[in-house]
Design a binder for this molecule. Structure first.
Ligand SMILES: [Zn+2]
Length: 632
């Protein structure tokens, strides 16, 4: 390969290198004391270093950080595969040399989008015989291409260390950079690592002006990021101590060892002469599985002998809690994943009960309506009524006892579009999480009914402070209880799914157990839904019959389209209906003729089948997906 690389270098160099424009890789080479740089590079570096002298120390500290991290990864973490993205000019002591000096079988893939740099790297690389090194074309903007290029060299069933050393500074927005990290980490197995080295905006006051100056001279501008920004980049991953720190503070104890390498910076005296450099470093690991993150400790540790707790349950014995006790997941049958029995404004009802009328009559009406479900093939509904929607579990239990042929899974959670219920206003976040956990593990006070679903809402206002508080509380209850499923009410047109996913990942939530509620309202946006489903979430096509937002045909056609795109395994169906709701005046919803529990079975399924949706897809949406989400 190296001969081929040499030839490519000779061929590429004259045509592609513009020696009059500074180049980041060549500038770094100059700072390393290399010879692959030109006057423009040296001039740009000198200008920047004049206003921010710390810049001159960056390459040496970057290299020292890389050495310590690679030593940690190979010698302590046992990782011998590296995906080094945006390689630069392969300075002395490159990743492969160091990794193979510790474990000769280490496999390294360098990716670099600049053909000049790539061919130069190829020319220099010599792999140990038992290991493997390659250098492939790849830009951080195209993760799929990077992964495809890495496949011949790396075994993606074993952990990989993804090195993003300075590369992300070339991605202009933190959201895009975080997305790139998350896409890369999605492609590698659990136990893999992300290593990020990032020019800092918040460690040296001279840096922002220096960066602006640099950006005026180069076509490839850089973006500085704060410690908080860098933390965002690794959200959803477990931070290896000490977390996000100036690179000089990342495991300096490894420096003495690293310094013994022929390629490393001399270790002697380092610790006494270390000066801060404006660069953040972090090493983070993809969690082994949900519940094993280093995040907040579970609030309610599983108690010995608590057999019916979901914690530590084996899949073969998976049970789902219903208003009438636990049932086998395999016996749930067809499930409507988002319904209500009653939606009430509890305090108004208590003080002005005349519209609600007679409790016994309301209960009898619900019993009558729910008894029609099993005859139409539905064996289970999830009543996602939470605090803020008039949840009343004793009433639900009374109804469920009269409809034993139907499983009713009840929920815990808080429903707000903005502010917290005042009860929680001045209490620590844990107060809310503890309520949820108690509903799930011990049962709702006085009923013995355990909640089987967590519920919250993100509406048009997005992640307001109160909404985020509830979302995180729900996420923590999910983690603390071993993965209790979550349904998030969303305003589909607001496309808050991405922000929700960020928070859930940060909290270590298993997205496989999460329903993005009301996704079915996004009738004109299957691409958004596709992106959301690709995160592992399940789409709630759960408002059939609410023709105010979208018609029957639009809702049904969206499901047909998503099935056609291969997402039947990522959808569940429901109506979001109820027997009585007091959020609308009497009679105002009478035009919604199809808004009842039987519409999916009677009208939607026949339409889907007529339009090419296979029976196996119907089974997924109504039976297999709900069982997976509810039981794990
Ligand atoms: Zn609802």
């Amino acid at each position: 390969m190296s001969d081929e690389g040499d030839r490519e270098a000779r061929r590429v160099r004259p045509s592609l290198i513009d020696v009059t424009v500074p180049n980041a890789a060549r500038a770094a080479d100059f700072l390393y004391g290399g010879r692959d740089n030109f006057a423009a590079d040296r001039k740009a570096v000198s200008a920047v270093a004049a206003s921010a002298p710390a810049v001159e120390r960056i390459p040496a500290e970057a290299r020292a950080f890389r050495h310590r991290v690679i030593r940690y990864l190979v010698a302590e973490a046992g990782v011998t595969q590296f995906l080094d993205i945006g390689t630069g000019l392969v300075p002395p002591g490159a990743t492969h040399e160091l990794a193979q000096s510790i474990d000769q079988e280490s496999r390294i893939v360098y990716t670099e989008s600049d053909p000049m740099v790539r061919s130069h790297a190829r020319a220099l690389i010599r792999s140990a015989k038992s290991g493997s090194v390659s250098c492939v074309d790849g830009d951080i903007a195209d993760v799929d291409a990077i992964v495809a290029g890495a496949l011949p060299t790396l075994d993606l069933t074993r952990p990989v260390a993804v090195l993003l050393l300075s590369t992300l500074a070339h991605v202009p927005t933190t959201i895009a950079a975080a997305r790139a990290v998350s896409a890369l980490m999605a492609a590698v197995p659990s136990g893999s690592y992300a290593v990020i080295y990032h020019l800092a905006s918040d460690l040296d006051p001279a840096m922002p002006a220096a960066a602006r100056h640099w950006n005026k001279t180069t076509p490839k501008p850089i973006t500085l990021r704060s410690s908080a920004d860098v933390t965002t980049l690794v959200s959803g991953l477990d931070l290896v101590p000490p977390g996000v720190v100036p690179v000089t503070e990342w495991r300096p104890d490894l420096a003495a060892v690293a310094g013994q390498d022929a390629s490393g910076a001399p270790a002697a005296g380092r610790t006494s002469t270390v000066q801060l450099v404006p660069v953040h470093g972090v090493v983070a690991r993809k969690p082994l599985r949900t519940g094993q993150t280093l995040g907040p400790a579970p609030l309610t540790p599983p108690r010995a002998g608590e057999n019916d707790s979901p914690v530590g349950r084996s899949p073969s014995m998976a049970q789902v809690q219903t208003a009438r006790g636990p049932v086998e997941a395999a016996s749930l049958g067809q499930v409507l994943m988002h319904e209500h029995v009653f939606v009430l404004t509890a305090e108004v009802q208590q003080n002005y009960p005349e519209e609600w009328g007679d409790e016994d009559e309301r209960v009898a009406d619900a019993v009558r309506r729910l008894r029609e479900l099993p005859a139409n093939g539905i064996s289970t509904i999830v009543d996602v009524t939470a605090i803020g929607q008039g949840r009343d579990i004793p009433r639900i239990k009374r109804i469920a006892d009269q409809v034993p042929e139907l499983n009713i899974v009840v929920a815990t959670g808080v429903y707000t579009f903005d502010a917290l219920p005042l009860f929680f206003w001045r209490r620590p976040r844990e107060a809310m999480t503890e309520f949820f956990v108690r509903d799930i593990t011990e049962g709702v006070t006085g009923t013995g009914v355990k909640a089987g679903m967590l519920k919250c809402a993100v509406d048009t206002k997005g992640l307001t402070e109160g909404v985020e508080h509830v979302l995180r509380s729900v996420a923590r209850a999910h983690v603390a209880t071993g993965g209790t499923p979550i349904t998030v009410h969303t305003h589909a047109a607001g496309q808050h799914g991405r922000a929700i996913v960020e928070v859930l990942k940060e909290e270590g939530v298993d997205l496989n157990r999460v329903v993005l509620g009301h996704s079915g309202d996004a009738v004109r946006d299957p691409d958004y839904l596709e992106a959301m489903a690709d995160t592992g979430l399940t789409l709630g096509m759960d408002r059939f019959g609410i023709d105010h937002f979208a018609t029957f045909h639009e809702r049904s056609d969206l499901v047909v389209e998503m099935c056609r795109r291969g997402y039947a395994g990522r959808m569940v169906l429901a109506h979001d209906t109820c027997c009585y709701i007091d959020w609308f005046g009497p009679g105002t919803l009478d035009d919604l003729k199809n808004w009842h529990y039987l519409h999916v079975s009677q009208d939607v399924l026949p339409y889907l089948r007529e339009h090419g949706v296979r029976e196996s897809d119907v089974d997924l949406m109504l039976t297999a997906n709900p069982a997976r989400i509810l039981a794990g």
